[in-house]
Design a protein around this ligand. Structure first.
Ligand code: AP5
Ligand code: ZN
Length: 217
């Protein structure tokens, strides 16, 4: 089963994707993570990507579709893929549909995570990530344990994202509403859209998602 997690920056896509990986053995394909990896490569493409991401704009469709194509061509996800942060434009959605049909697969559920804008600001400004395993924390809602060690891997190094500042977030939100939100209608008419309350507690959101994954399609 392949699913898409759709939602604005800070909605909880990455958090829920990691839970699904752990609980169901699915494979997370996060274009944000792939691009952050590319920017550390020091290549010309990496430098261009870094500039665009830090400002909060979308990277070109060609680049992200290329990254997903590579992963789908080389991958074997028996537990299914979780597309996290992809697709983000109608062109990316069309490309994903084609790429999946080439390997005889499809998207079963598109989970839209609904969260108010004011909450998103608090979510991204309090976020930190384990530098070693990528576990996501929040200063208030999911604090790093008192001993300073990641609950998953024990590392003591945590990072904050360069684009998690008020100005970039404003641009990221605008990009979401302008370029990504049309996908809600696109998948609604394809009978794939399922909505969850992203304001609920992390475990409750997971329960809502599980309800769709385990229920009738
Ligand atoms: P990307 O990495 O995809 O970032 P994003 O979409 O902005 O989403 P975030 O990672 O910020 O949030 P999230 O929904 O994963 O929330 P999280 O679980 O971390 O993209 C970054 C950039 O890369 C883009 O701006 C663009 O430049 C580029 N890019 C990526 N994909 C692209 C594409 N397809 N096309 C073009 N460009 C692309 O949670 C946030 C915080 O809230 C955490 O601290 C977490 O602990 C906390 N939290 C989570 N859930 C809850 C909850 N239910 N209750 C309380 N707190 C919660
Ligand atoms: Zn860790």
């Amino acid at each position: 089963m392949n699913i898409i997690l759709l939602g604005p920056p800070g909605a909880g896509k990455g958090t829920q994707a990691r839970i699904l990986v752990e609980q169901r053995g699915m494979v997370q394909l996060s274009t944000g993570d792939m691009l952050r990896e590319a920017r550390t490569s020091g290549t010309e493409m990496g430098k261009r990507v870094a500039e665009v991401m830090d400002k909060g704009h979308l990277v070109t469709d060609e680049i992200v579709i290329g990254l997903i194509r590579e992963r789908l061509e080389s991958g074997d996800a028996t537990g299914g893929y979780i597309f996290d942060g992809f697709p983000r434009t109608l062109r990316q959605a069309d490309a994903l549909g084609k790429l999946l049909s080439e390997i005889g697969q499809d998207i079963e559920h598109v989970i839209e995570m609904q969260v108010d804008d004011e909450v998103l600001v608090a979510r991204v400004s309090g976020r930190s990530t384990c530098a070693s395993c990528g576990e996501v924390y929040h200063d208030v809602t999911k604090p790093i344990p008192a001993d300073g060690k990641c609950t998953v891997c024990g590392s003591t190094t945590f990072t904050r994202r360069a684009d998690d500042n008020a100005e970039s977030l404003k641009t990221r939100l605008m990009a979401y509403y302008k370029q990504t939100s049309p996908l809600v209608g696109y998948y609604y008419y394809a009978h794939k859209l399922r909505m969850v309350d992203g304001l609920a507690e992390i475990s409750e959101v997971s329960g809502q998602i599980a309800g769709f994954l385990d229920g009738p399609t």
